[in-house]
Write a protein that binds this ligand. Structure first.
Ligand code: RET
Length: 265
């Protein structure tokens, strides 16, 4: 499959931009940890890990894109070099980062232990299953095979949305009033950005995997969705953590004795 010069460049530039964005986001999340309460630091730690993992994989994806195509003699188009563009980097990234995004969300809610564990088991298992089931379809150019794995992967995907919009709603009621809006927004970001992936995949299945426009659109779609779902989502998690820490710091000095040292006789 040949690519025009602008088609190759737009994807290459977007990958490069993503490396910068993910790297900067990782620094921000790691360095912001001291500004939130202890309870919320694991959430920022995980946010930082997600974008750091993505930063590394986008570097590899960028390299793979440049390895898969080269400019032809006349400089008018990019032709395949014979080395395949490696989709496995994306899936290796997702199988790590998608469950971690769920951990991030549950961690910032600071729910009672049993409740958090039950949500985590469901969301982490379903998200790993969703990515695992999507992969055989992603690497296939056969329409039937692509739809089969798409359908199988949609089951855990819909289950995740179901858990987020039913069970999580009950936990949401116990969050401080001030952060409920932000937590709902974070959930909405998951719904909107995550829905983009199965749609982008389905579009390529319809256009056929050898269609340059379909391939370029897929790479751009996945990349923009990744930035929003990882760096954008992480920023929301940071705001939730900050707001919860600030409201708790306001009420704590009154609720607790200031000194814990030995009392005078
Ligand atoms: C940071 C990366 C994220 C948030 C990736 C999310 C990926 C998905 C929600 C992918 C879902 C898919 C389906 C539901 C069916 C077709 C195959 C997938 C893997 C593209």
């Amino acid at each position: 499959m040949e690519l025009s010069v602008p088609q190759f460049d737009v994807v290459s530039n977007l990958f490069s931009f993503t490396i910068a964005t993910m790297g900067a986001a990782a620094l921000f999340f790691f360095l912001s940890r001291p500004y939130v309460g202890h309870k919320y630091r694991p959430a920022l730690m995980v946010s930082g890990l997600v974008v750091a993992i993505a930063c590394y994989h986008y570097y590899r994806i960028y390299e793979s894109w440049h390895g898969a195509y080269r400019l032809n003699e006349s400089g008018t188009a990019y032709v395949p070099t014979g080395a395949a563009f490696n989709d496995a980097y994306r899936y290796a990234d997702w199988i790590l980062t998608v469950p971690l995004l769920m951990v991030e969300l549950i961690a910032v809610l600071a729910l009672p232990r049993g409740e958090a564990r039950s949500l985590l088991v469901k969301l982490v298992t379903a998200s790993a299953l969703m990515i695992g089931l999507g992969y055989p379809g992603e690497i296939s150019s056969d329409t039937g095979t692509r739809w089969l794995w798409w359908g199988l992967s949609m089951v855990p995907f819909l289950y995740i949305l179901y858990v987020l919009f039913t069970e999580l709603t009950r936990s949401l009621e116990r969050q401080p009033q001030a952060v409920r809006g932000l937590v709902s927004a974070a959930r909405l970001v998951v719904l909107l950005t995550w829905s983009f992936y199965p749609i982008a995949y389905a579009i390529l299945t319809v256009t056929g995997t050898k269609n340059p426009i379909g391939q370029v659109a897929l790479q751009m779609g996945y990349t923009i969705a990744d930035i929003t779902a990882k760096a954008g989502f992480g920023l929301l998690i940071y705001f939730i953590a900050k707001l919860k820490s600030d409201t708790e710091a306001e009420s704590e000095p009154l609720a607790r004795p200031v000194s814990t040292g030995p009392a005078f006789a």
